[in-house]
Each structure stands twice: as C-alpha cells, then as structure tokens.
Design a protein around this ligand. Structure first.
Ligand code: HEC
Ligand SMILES: [Cu+2]
Length: 309
C-alpha cells in the first residue's frame, strides 16, 4: 500500500494500518448495531422495557477484547519505534543537524554545510540534533521520522533511506513568527552520485541565483531574512534598509550608547549579537553565527549591506 522508504517506515505503517482497521471495524460495527437496535427495540404498544442488572460474561468479553487489541497496538508501535531509537551502527554517517529561528542547517563529517539534507541511499545516516534557541522538531513525513529538538537536550536519530528521491523536511513544533519558513527537503542520492557531490568541498552550497547579490544569497541561506527585512519594515529584528552608516542607539552591558554602523559593528552584530543590542529590540533572539558565517562570507554580506544605501 505504501512504499517503504526507510529501514523502519513499513513498521510504522503497520502500526498505523492496524489501528486504523480497528477504528474502521468498530465504527462500522457500532453504527450498524445502533441502527438495528433503534428499529428492533423501538417503543411499541404493550412492550415493557426489561431492567438488566449485570452480566459477567459481557463484562469479561468487553474487558479482554480491548485489552488484546491495545496490546497488539503496543506491539506494532514498539516494532516501529525500536529501530528508530536503537543505537546507530558504528559506520553510520554522522550529520550535525542544527535548528534555529528559522532554518535548519546540516554539517557533514568533512565540513560541508547545507540547508537541504543530502544523503546517500542504502547507508546508515545518523542525525545529531541540536537546537540553539527554542524548541523545534524535525519531521520527514515520507520517512515516518519526527523528533523534537529541545535546546540543551541533544538527541540523535538514525535511519537508512532505501531509494533515491526528494522529500519534504520541516519543523513541526510551532516556534514563533516564521515557523513556516523552516521548510526544506531531504534529497536521497544513489551512492556514487552522492560521493561525487560530497567530495566537492570547493563548491560551496550557497550559490547565488542569477541577479542575486552573493551577500544576499548568504543571508537567505542562513535565514537572516526571516528576522530582517530589506524594505524598512520591522520583523523580529531591525530592517537592513539604510543600516549602513546609520547612527544608532545600542545597549552595551546595560548602558545605552550611540554608535555609527560600520564594518566592525556589523561583524560584531553577526558574530556576537548580544554584545550590542539595538535599542528597542530584545536580547537573545539572534544567536551567534560564529560557526556559520565565514570571514569571506562576512565580507560579502557587508558589501551587500553597503550597497543597500
Ligand atoms: C531569530 C531572528 C534573527 C535572525 C535569524 C537573525 N537576526 Fe540579526 N538581529 C535580530 C534581532 C532581534 C536584532 C536586534 C537585537 C540585537 O542587536 O541583537 C538583530 C540585529 C542584527 C544586526 C544589527 C542591526 C542594527 O540595526 O544595528 C545585524 C547587522 C544583523 N542582526 C544581521 C543578521 C544577519 C546577517 C543574520 C543572518 C546571518 C541575522 N541577523 C539573523 C534577530 C535575528
Ligand atoms: Cu522550528
């Protein structure tokens, strides 16, 4: 009925289908019984209702049958759950998966980084999960995979994808204003194709589309624009419009001071966002991009921001 896309997804489907069958069976059986009884035992001239005090046989039946049913449900559920949370094989490929407001980031063993999850088929993949701000939840419906990502409680999940394909991957824990932007994909590739893609670390994943400034492309890839607009409107953070060279009041160590936005200030804003807080905005919303934005990318961002004026 369904295609099994991971090593355990058919087991999850078994649990689902079993529970669904039980539901459908009882829905139909009870509905029919209601209708039949309505007709059969309707009030008639001369018929008196009988009071039934108890029936041990019935009590046993309606205790034992549901008990068996829920135990079978548990059995199917357990079979699907166990492989997901068992220990990953030693040779599993580890991918560090980070969630933040509002995107996912994937970092491979060779340092390659992407915002879409690329994996080879038929190989164990272990996702080490970390959220750096609020609770997110990684969800790949096609793989029947879902795991909350709670800051400070790093979990991991592992699976083997059975065949090449592209599937939705998104956050399924409402995590604020732009939760819906946490929408990306998992791309499963044949092993040789994946290897070709994997070894190529010269080609950064962040490539500007034609006509898009590289600085802007970097910011889009890091989801900066979910919090910062280009048109002057206020989102979670201040707009980039007119930022360069602007005089601004910031709060540094609890004290207000006026600064002029220059390269150094922008670098600090991105690498240590909590050092200077723009007056009127909240601390702790923007997390440091120290590990995400390289010095060269930073230069590109600065050139782009300068060009906005
Ligand atoms: C979760 C929301 C969020 C994300 C994502 C985010 N920021 Fe911010 N940013 C803020 C907030 C809030 C402030 C204001 C408070 C402060 O100064 O830390 C801010 C401040 C800034 C400032 C200083 C602006 C000013 O007016 O002085 C810059 C520059 C900046 N962010 C750049 C970036 C870049 C580049 C990225 C992506 C690499 C990014 N931000 C991602 C929320 C965010
Ligand atoms: Cu989220």
């Amino acid at each position: 009925m369904y295609k099994s896309l991971t090593n355990y997804s058919d087991k999850v489907d078994d649990a689902f289908l079993f529970i669904l069958s039980v539901i459908v069976f009882f829905f139909v059986a009870i509905s029919i019984t209601i209708v039949v009884f309505l007709v059969k035992y309707r009030a008639r001239e001369g018929r008196v209702a009988k009071q039934i005090e108890g029936n041990n046989m019935l009590e046993v039946i309606w205790t034992v049958i549901p008990l068996i049913l829920v135990l079978v449900m548990f059995y199917f559920g357990w079979r699907g759950w166990k492989p997901m949370f068992s220990k990953a094989p030693k040779d599993a490929m580890v991918i560090n998966t980070t969630s933040r407001m509002w995107n996912f980031g994937f970092e491979y063993e060779n340092g390659k980084r992407t915002d879409t999850l690329y994996i080879p088929a038929n190989k164990a993949i272990k996702l080490d999960l970390e959220s750096i701000d609020v609770i997110h939840s990684i969800y790949i419906p096609a793989f029947r995979l879902k795991q909350d990502m709670v800051p400070g409680d790093n979990k991991s999940v592992w699976f083997i994808a059975n065949e090449p394909g592209r599937h939705d991957l998104f956050c399924t824990e409402y995590c604020g204003l732009r939760h819906s932007y946490m929408y990306t994909a998992v791309v499963v590739m044949p092993e040789d194709e994946f290897n070709e893609w994997y070894v190529d670390t010269t080609k950064r994943e962040i490539q500007a589309a034609p006509g898009v400034h590289p600085g802007l492309a970097i910011m889009q890839a890091n989801a900066c624009n979910t919090c910062h607009s280009l048109d002057g409107s206020r989102l979670v953070g201040p707009s980039y419009k007119g930022l360069w060279g602007k005089e601004e009041v910031v709060v540094t160590n609890g004290k207000k001071r006026t600064i002029v936005v220059d390269e150094e200030y922008i670098r600090r804003s991105i690498w240590e966002p909590n050092a200077d807080i723009v007056d009127g905005y909240n601390k702790g919303l923007m997390q440091s991009y120290k590990d995400q934005i390289t010095a060269a990318e930073m230069d590109s961002i600065i050139v782009f921001l300068k060009g906005l004026n």
